[in-house]
Write a protein that binds this ligand. Structure first.
Ligand SMILES: [Zn+2]
Length: 299
């Protein structure tokens, strides 16, 4: 332990202008991020964790984004990607996390803060970074380049939809967020370094709800189309057509439904008995006025 502390002190002194003794500094560990799917439905890839490990060394952290906590800076001086052999992620991968060692130079101004960290009150860490790829777990699309219609948290054919954050291009900061003790510890993050915008969040939710509704309507439409496919019997052709609907979106389903309806109407018209001498039907839209018979006179 002593030896470990000496090694850590040597490492942190490479970031300071003069050498500090162990009594002058406060050392603490933190978990910056991991490969578990978080509350936003995102997780970091192994490559992203490795890149973050390199980039977070030397990065300064802030506390509660409070501009008054000027002298309460902490700096990361060592990082390591750890694997927990006893824990698996929701997707069954070995749990990996990015652990960091940070230090603060002890001052009168940060004594309370140090007590809060020791007491475990400040336990949630938020990181800010930029990633170059956000990969959908269902279709593999890079959501940054071609957003797909899969919704994080929903399951498609047994596959949970989440986004894997990959290709880290920058890290901006990390910060401690004070959270109530009962809330489970976790990682929050800001991608691209932009703070969470409430209006954007509201629009995102509205968009998600609309997409869910569209998904439901598309499913109903698909069922209609499948029924139409089997309208003239359960043959191989009908089956192949019905099976192909699984890959169609609402637009393609609408077009297929329309062409099936046209075909069905034509087939029905052909099978209707034709009377050669019957007068031609009145064109649609014209009507013969109904004649009211004159009242009968009583003799
Ligand atoms: Zn997708």
């Amino acid at each position: 332990m002593e030896q470990n502390q000496d090694a850590l002190l040597r490492q942190l002194n490479t970031f300071t202008r003069r050498n500090h003794t162990i009594d002058e500094v406060y050392l603490f560990d933190l978990i910056l991020c991991d490969n578990e799917i978080d509350r936003d439905g995102d997780c970091f890839s192994d490559a992203a964790l490795a890149e973050l490990q390199k980039r977070f060394v030397g990065v300064t952290g802030i506390f509660d984004h409070n501009p008054q906590s000027k002298n309460q800076n902490a700096r990361i001086f060592h990082t390591e990607v750890m694997t927990d052999p006893d824990r698996k992620t929701k997707t069954g991968q070995p749990y990996r996390y990015l652990k960091a060692n940070a230090y603060m130079v002890r001052t009168d101004g940060n004594a309370d803060l140090i007590r809060e960290i020791d007491a475990g009150i400040k336990k949630e860490v938020s990181i800010s970074c930029a990633v170059g790829r956000q990969v959908c777990s269902v279709c593999g699309a890079d959501r940054l380049k071609s957003p797909c219609r899969h919704i994080k948290g929903k399951t498609y054919g047994g596959t949970l939809c989440y986004t894997t954050l990959d290709a880290v291009t920058d890290v901006y900061e990390w910060s401690f967020v004070a959270v109530p003790a009962q809330r489970s510890a976790g990682v929050t993050k800001t991608l691209g370094g932009a703070p969470c915008d409430p209006e954007k969040e509201m629009l995102r939710k509205a968009c998600q709800e609309t997409t869910l509704l569209l998904d439901k309507l598309t499913e109903d439409l698909r069922k209609d189309v499948i029924r139409l496919c089997y309208r003239f019997g359960d043959n191989a052709c009908a089956k192949a057509l019905a099976n192909s609907t699984i890959h169609m979106d609402a637009d393609a389903l609408c077009r297929l439904k329309q062409s099936l309806m046209t075909g069905i109407r034509a087939a029905e018209a052909c099978s209707r008995p034709q009377l050669s001498d019957a007068p031609a039907a009145e064109p649609a839209g014209t009507m013969t006025a109904y004649q009211v018979p004159p009242p009968r006179r009583e003799a």
